[in-house]
Design a protein around this ligand. Sequence first.
Ligand SMILES: Nc1ncnc2c1ncn2[C@@H]1O[C@H](COP(=O)(O)OP(=O)(O)OP(=O)(O)O)[C@@H](O)[C@H]1O
Length: 226
Amino acid sequence: MKPILEFRGVSRSYESGSGTQTVLRDVNISIFAGEFSAITGPSGSGKSTFLNLCALLDEPTTGEIYFDDVPTSGLSEALLCNLRKNAVGMVFQQYCLLPYRTVLENVLFRFRYLDMDSAETRKLARNALAMVGLEGFEDRSTHQLSGGEMQRVGIARAIALKPRLLVADEPTGNLDSAAAAQVMRCLQQLGEQGDIAILLVTHDESLLKYTSRHLSFNDGLLTECE
Ligand SMILES: Nc1ncnc2c1ncn2[C@@H]1O[C@H](COP(=O)(O)OP(=O)(O)OP(=O)(O)O)[C@@H](O)[C@H]1O
């Protein structure tokens, strides 16, 4: 099986007044469909930097990132933009929902700027809501939802276009343990369907029981944990 995403010799440095700070060092990893990977590590170890590279929001300083076997450094900004829109879904700690809009409107937001038939987008949005267990919630306003429900709307929005890769930065960071478990089970089920690779950054090691792979960063170095 070919990886969805492959890092070969990737490093990322930032320049500042005080010199160069290397945040990721020689990262080599392949990410496959059906995997649900947890990414842990101390604060400042490079987790979000890695996630931003995976979501193609940033570029390596050295090395190459392959998306579906294609080296991304050779892609035009238009093609990269297309990949970001269609092939990558993102879930945020703060949910980032439109306030006082319905659940369905929030998921439909994923289709803005896309030239798609509205009957088709509504069908995809409803399917995505069903996949996260929110069938029947379509017409509720987001301010009537619990935190766990809001995050599942965030996941539905992220998967509505059937991305190849789902990246989630601390998606349970604002949730109590019961709601966090609900969100993790939802992500686990999505991963088990086998079409998508899920990358989850978390500080909470108790969530590792839901994931199929554990990657850990320490001072910019990636370790695969057993
Ligand atoms: N755009 C940037 N410019 C300069 N330095 C940056 C930038 N983004 C991140 N850094 C630095 O890179 C290092 C790693 O940051 P990153 O956000 O990837 O860590 P993290 O492991 O996600 O941390 P946390 O768990 O606190 O979110 C930090 O020292 C941070 O200050």
